[in-house]
Design a protein around this ligand. Sequence first.
Ligand SMILES: Cc1cc2nc3c(=O)[nH]c(=O)nc-3n(C[C@H](O)[C@H](O)[C@H](O)COP(=O)(O)O)c2cc1C
Length: 316
Amino acid sequence: MDLPNPLIVGAGPLGDELDTVRALEDAGAAMLVRRSLYEEEITGEQMDGFRASEAHNGLSAEAETFAPDPETALGPDEYLEQLQAIKAAVAIPVIASLNGSTRGGWLSYAALLEQAGADGLELHIYHAASDMTASAAEVERHAVDIVAVVTGGLGIPVAVKLSPMLTAFANFAKQLDRAGADGLVLFTRFHHVDIDAEELEVVRTLPLSDSSELSLRLRATAALAGRVDASIAVTGGVHTGLDVIKATMAGAHAVQMVSALLRHGPARLRTVRQDVEVWMVEHDWASLGAMRGNMSLERIPDPAAYERANFRMALR
Ligand SMILES: Cc1cc2nc3c(=O)[nH]c(=O)nc-3n(C[C@H](O)[C@H](O)[C@H](O)COP(=O)(O)O)c2cc1C
């Protein structure tokens, strides 16, 4: 997709209110990703047909990632209605996000989202790493299969949002790329889990991020830049104009922001955009395209700078 600037509003609650969506567009957001529609939220009745014919093999994001609380979760009808309302309210592209677990579930709901007017689809893929029955190769094969089925069945661009916890990240990303993913979104951010030792409860929180989360994404983006056909978007830890510059230098085509906008409001997007422009003028960069990937693994003279072997140097 050809965007006027690289600032995308990432999946989450920011698309819930039309006024907020309009304010984000006014502030210069190039695109908006809706919160995920979770296959688990799709009513049992609607999914029974699929579940009966397909094994539920553990690609369930719901349990571990952004499972919306039942109060705010949207059923599929409501999700489609909201998508149409947002499309009618703003001119920027609106991307639907789908988090499913069965092959049939992904495809059938992806098609409904396309019909409802989504300009693109973000597949939020996650496998519970505590599952002892599935090998890394099986998990990857299933995910690649889903991506191939969805991209093959849709006319709109499809991006895949990945978990950072993968054994062979670059290889997996390349498989998704070959399977037809138009975009790779790096990375999902997990709930924090803690144990309340008095109450014997597992406590789940989702604190907002800060720029320190960017490091992991920079490394992964730098590893893929120039080596996949898919566009790359960074999500996680993008808070400032300089964060956008760094992501671009690593090789990102776009960034997604959520925490910064939840913390400071939609107008923050305008500030970040202006900061990017000022930085570029001050440092004589004519375009983001010119700097994109200049710090990627392929293009820096010392690729080992991104690698683990540099512990000793970092500690010096
Ligand atoms: C309250 C909240 C809700 C979120 N809901 C979703 C979601 O439904 N689907 C999804 O893929 N990511 C979801 N995310 C993750 C964000 O899209 C984003 O990847 C993550 O917060 C990292 O970006 P940030 O550092 O800019 O916040 C959510 C994040 C927050 C804070």
